[in-house]
Design a protein around this ligand. Structure first.
Ligand code: SAH
Length: 239
């Protein structure tokens, strides 16, 4: 494992949860924490709850959007207390650990956690390649945010000892930033061609995002798709 595994907390309301999450990841040997638009940070309560992991808080990256947090990630896994199989493929924490460690051999990975009250939004899930669900009581499946972070981090720690990296892929996986640029390009071309109807563009885009996020294209494959879109835009062909 040579690329960071980044724990991303989205719009966390309670600074105590940020501190407890920092402690959770440090105990498992991780240190990369990104906070997307936290309600209150830095905060004394976060420091208190972090205990001996205040260094993780001090190094935490604070960004305005999830897009910024995952810009360099080759795999984005959203942690959700609600199963949303229709949205993207579901992993259990053990499978999540395996996928994460495999990817971290070639590119950074982001594991994304939602807000205490509503979890991850559909727009945030649209930026994930997969979802991780911690098996829980179906009638009460919502763990405390920091407890969820702890469990996912523990499974990663446990898997690290067993993990043997696979062969490096031929091309690095596309990053979150590359994927966003591709989606912007795709939407532009589909509007220009008249395929995307202005009455419900988001529905079609969401379906297409799910398709391409599931495929996890590498940089080379994404370049082919971008080239295809560019040729549709200009009308150029090679022959
Ligand atoms: N009420 C929210 C849950 C908030 S819990 C909802 O219904 O979605 C805060 C965050 O902790 C969630 O967004 C998720 O990232 C994580 N989490 C809590 N329970 C989880 C579970 N069973 N599996 C995976 N992640 C979980």
């Amino acid at each position: 494992m040579n690329h960071p595994i980044r724990f991303v907390l989205c719009e966390t309301s309670h600074p105590g949860n940020i501190g407890a999450a920092a402690r959770a990841i440090k105990t498992m040997g991780f240190s990369d924490l990104t906070l997307v638009n936290p309600k209150e940070f830095p905060s004394r309560e976060a420091d208190v709850r972090a205990s001996g992991a205040v260094d993780v808080l001090q190094q935490a990256k604070v960004v305005a959007t999830l897009g910024e947090a995952i810009a360099d990630s080759g795999l984005v896994v959203g942690a959700s207390a609600r199963r949303r199989k229709h949205h993207c493929p579901e992993l259990n924490p053990r499978e999540c650990a395996g996928r994460t460690l495999t990817m971290a051999a070639s590119k950074e990975v982001a594991i994304v956690f939602g807000t205490e009250r509503v979890g991850l939004s559909n727009e945030q899930m649209d930026q994930c390649n997969a979802l991780v669900y911690i098996p829980a009581n179906p009638d009460y499946s919502s763990l405390n945010l920091a407890s969820a972070v702890q469990l996912i981090a523990y499974e990663l720690r446990f898997a690290q000892d067993l993990f043997e990296p696979l062969q490096e892929p031929e091309f690095p996986p596309a990053s979150g930033r590359d994927m966003e640029l591709f989606y912007e390009h795709l939407e532009r071309v589909m509007f220009a061609s008249g395929f995307l109807k202005p009455n419900n563009p988001r529905h079609t885009m969401r379906k297409l995002r799910r398709l391409f996020n599931r495929a996890e294209p590498d940089e080379h494959e994404l370049n082919i798709l971008r080239g295809l879109l560019a040729s549709v835009e200009t009308g150029d062909t090679d022959d």
